[in-house]
Design a protein around this ligand. Sequence first.
Ligand code: PEP
Ligand code: MG
Length: 581
Amino acid sequence: MRTMEIKKGIGVSPGVAIFPATVLDAEEYRIPQRHVGAEKVRAELDRLEQALERSRSELGDLRDRASDRLGAETAAIFDFHLALLADETLLEKVREMIRRDKVTAEYAVASALRRYAKEFFRMPEYLADRVKDVYDVEKRILRQLIGQTRQSLTAQDEEVVLLAHDLTPSQTAGLQHGRVRGLATDAGGRTSHTAIVARAMGIPAVVGLNDVTAAVDVGDLVIIDGNRGVVIIDPDQATIEQHRQFERKLAEFEHSLDRLRDLPAVTMDGHEIVLLGNIEFPEEADAVIAKGGQGIGLYRTEFLYLRTETEPTEEDHYRAYREVIERMEGRPVCIRTLDLGADKYTQARSPVPERNPFLGLRSIRFCFQHLDLFKTQLRAILRASVSGDVSIMFPLINNIMELRQAKMILRDVMEDLEEEGVHVRHDVPVGMMVEVPAAALQCSQFAQEVDFFSIGTNDLIQYTLAVDRGNERVAPLFTAAHPSVIRLIKEVIRAGNRHDVGVSLCGEMGAAPEYALLLLGMGLRTFSVAPPAIPEAKKLIRSVTLENARLVARQVTSLDSDKEIANYLRDQVRQVMPEAY
Ligand code: PEP
Ligand code: MG
């Protein structure tokens, strides 16, 4: 009998889910059900021995070939793998699990080898590297065992919570088809793409749990509490009851927010604020409207890549944009050009992954090196722009030459289309994301060459503080409350206002009530947040006066540490909107 286990991570999408677990292995397949009847134990032991034998023979061949072609040193890697497969103490643990706990061979292999891998973590660094080898061996045996009987996530038919080390883009795509009601991952941070997708789907999610996949068995009952950032494995009855109650309370709070849907986003002293939604997929446009958003402030078009194995064609782009525009029925739609790279898609497809992908060939830089792909998208946006209130925005602009180059390419594409007799709009507003410190510091110059700014705090924070936004190990250091981040944002808002250039903010920061309060006080008048966050943002706006928000912003400038600022802001929000906490 197992006891309840509580794991703390980073809550990235609110809500509570209580369902049996499905665990994904690193190769995107579900590990099959773990328990077997007593009569099947013998068969499982036989399957194990056959898989071990096949793995040994595969490894023997690999070693011989490596030794011929690459020399003895490389071949030695396989010797270590073979030694693991000959380690009787380890193998006996696997067999014993099958006999004693009546579990499948897959399950016993995964559990025993992961436990074994963990022992290496505690060893000196040169040995810690061996962890990867242990995982490699685990995968090899699992491949033999699972073979043709693998189940893909898309075949999921029961409601589950999903646990994975991290989600690859194709796993994320699978999520959409499956009946996944909650998500928890070992890796990831608040603004990693997995977190963004979970929020888009409106399912509770906790990331950065380190080792949750090793602690959970397929079929275990698991609670995912996205508000508190905890995952509870095998909860007792009292804990289940308590969380069902949280669930009901959250539903009530959400229901009360629904009443705000048709009310304006206006402060108590009468200032109108524009509240827009961020989307990744065309159908999310409906959620923006349903939640009371006035338009789309950020359409992350690179998520188009999630749904196809091949390069999207101009028609694929065009269809998606037309769909969004039609669903928005005349409301503004800001289409961001492809922000591929970093943690979004290009690494997996590249023959040689980059060493520092977040500092590498991502976003607009990637587009400049893949002009066909960029022009294909621009053609589709321009064609679609005649059907609605469309604006275009370029991501990751770092210096003025990049902005000019992007605009020049846009003009070229416009001319090409005209020559072909295609009707396009000439007055499509063109803006840029301000998401690197270099751009924020030079925003007065940029303001003379764009129609609007959109502040991308997810990246701006990461690049200002040198904290990887997707790395759970440094997640506590990723904060919008750092005085330097706040100062950069203030500069951008000021420059925008001075030059009459629209400024919105589309990073996750804007969705947190305490920062929304600060940003209002700093002069921000347009917010773009994930659709589920729109009602709460509206409630905050309707609960404060600009006068008070300005006082808060002024007070923040007198504080010099992110901890003090975060605590102060939380206190202030508690006073105006106690339900938020
Ligand atoms: C950002 O960087 O803040 C942003 C909104 O863009 P993304 O999260 O897609 O990088
Ligand atoms: Mg960004």
